[in-house]
Design a protein around this ligand. Structure first.
Ligand SMILES: [Fe+2]
Ligand SMILES: [Fe+2]
Length: 484
């Protein structure tokens, strides 16, 4: 058996500058879709000439200009259908999450997509976004918009006709998790709005979503956490809470089979940070670590959340206990402080572990995500803050290479972890890219059970940060282009 690395770290670079691989194209298209969505949001807030809009638009046209380097294509052709962005017939699930509004604006004009040439100017990108952001009068004016573009000599942008779907069922299956994730974000937003306005929280829809997450986790398809990690324009209270809920339910399933209890745990996890609705916006969205006074202010969210929930007769006591106790240590330290001894419920300890793990492994504007192994090491060093026995069970449940993680195998191929095995270091891996970087046909597929003697020489050589990896590949491709 070959020696395995004890500490898999995020590996961001791939040696050499071989032919551009499919993942580079996907990453670039993803970043363009992200950029368009972000620019569209900024355009709703600021005028077209505002530096933030100008900067966002310039980033999009610069990314589109790189397409011929990576893809050999002279431009971008994106279709939209339902809740999905489709590129060359392939739905981009991750990109679709950040592009909900972009998709909505295109379909509001009766269009089925957009086409942007790689020579597009910043001005034309801005013109396209302004046209999309302008409310459609009759819901079917995509042709009129194209005519205006031609009139204005803008020949690098155009809207596409409505997208015709070959296989509506397949598209629907892909769109479902996107909708579920989006619904979670929307419902949590509703909760926040209710709390901010002193209104009433409707717990029913939150529990329904916890149940939907539970059912989804049950059927063995791509886990929701895969989508959750793609999310980057958080409002991170929402994305964080969804990820904590998914983790808490995944972990709790290994502790109980009681479906009702699992849904209550998921609901409590979704609501655990609801008190943050009452924390000043600037603190919540600070793109830097907080100072001591700000941390004190932020720490009030646990008590505030519990108080808000206590004001509701129909709040689940489990949710109240979790909101109150998820920053309290097993030795009574942490916050909120209490004058008497008070021990957390087991459910609070479950959510607390997931909360810490999510915070460590998530990307934040001011920090890179930590690998699961490092996160476990940090958590094991937290002494009394976490219940050690429960933490060990959490590590076994989530694994060293969590389900959904993209990993590099020792032979250079790249795959996604799809299930854990009894050996923490050897999960089941679905191979996405072969050793030479070529994509593995999803139909033919290649599922590796790393515990199988047939592949005992193979091991996981590192985890792959998909974005950093794609960015490094982009640099390699650009460098080889410059030299040519
Ligand atoms: Fe919290
Ligand atoms: Fe939290």
């Amino acid at each position: 058996m070959t020696a395995e690395p004890m500490d898999p770290v995020a590996t961001a670079s791939e040696p050499g500058s071989e032919a551009p691989a499919m993942q580079d194209v996907r990453a670039l298209v993803f970043s363009i879709v992200d950029g368009l969505a972000a620019a569209l949001v900024k355009l709703r807030i600021y005028r077209k000439e505002h530096p933030r809009v100008v900067e966002a638009v310039a980033a999009v046209s610069a990314a589109i200009a790189r397409l011929p380097l990576v893809d050999g294509e002279s431009g971008l052709r994106l279709s939209v259908t339902d809740d999905l962005v489709v590129h060359r017939g392939e739905p981009l699930v991750g990109a679709s999450l950040t592009a909900t509004r972009l998709i909505a604006t295109i379909t509001a004009h009766g269009g089925g997509g957009i086409e942007i040439d790689s020579t597009v100017s910043d001005d034309d990108v801005a013109a396209l976004l302004v046209a999309l952001a302008t409310r459609s009068r009759d819901g079917g004016d995509w042709q009129a918009l194209n005519a205006t573009f031609v009139q204005e000599q803008r020949r690098t942008i155009r809207l596409l006709p409505p997208f015709l779907v070959d296989d509506p069922d397949a598209i629907d299956a892909l769109a479902r998790p996107v909708r579920l994730y989006q619904s979670c974000m929307d419902r949590l937003q509703d909760v926040t709005v209710a709390i901010c306005h002193g209104g009433t929280i409707d717990f029913g829809p939150v529990s329904e979503l916890a149940l939907a997450i539970f059912d989804r986790a049950d059927d063995g398809r791509e886990p929701l956490i895969n989508l959750a990690v793609q999310e980057q324009y958080d409002s991170f209270t929402f994305g964080h809470s969804v990820r904590v809920a998914v983790l808490a339910m995944t972990f709790a399933r290994t502790l109980t089979k009681d479906r009702d209890l699992l849904v209550r745990i998921g609901t409590a996890a979704l609501l655990h940070d609801c008190g943050k609705a009452l924390v000043p916006f600037e603190l919540l969205h600070a793109r830097r670590p907080l100072d001591a006074a700000e941390r004190r202010e932020m720490s009030r969210h646990a008590q505030l959340g519990a108080e808000v929930l206590l004001d509701h007769d129909d709040a689940d006591p489990l949710s109240i206990a979790v909101a109150f106790g998820h920053h309290r240590s097993c030795d009574g330290s942490g916050y909120p402080a209490t004058t008497r001894d008070m021990h957390n419920l087991l459910v609070t300890e479950v959510v607390k572990i997931c909360d810490v793990y999510e915070a460590l492994t998530a990307a934040r504007p001011y920090k890179r995500p930590m690998s699961p192994t490092r996160a476990y090491r940090v958590m094991l060093g937290m002494g009394e803050h976490l219940d050690r026995q429960l933490l060990l069970r959490f590590i076994v449940a989530i694994g060293l290479f969590p389900t959904g993680q993209v990993v590099r195998l020792s032979d250079g191929s790249i795959g996604r972890v799809v299930a854990q095995s009894e050996d923490l270091r050897r999960p089941r891996v679905w191979v996405l890219f072969a050793q030479d970087g070529s994509p593995v046909n999803a139909e033919a597929g290649l599922l590796l059970d790393l515990t199988s003697p047939a592949v005992q020489e193979l091991y996981i050589a590192g985890i792959v940060d998909e974005r950093a990896y794609a960015a490094e590949r982009m640099k390699a491709v650009s460098a080889s282009h410059d030299q040519a």
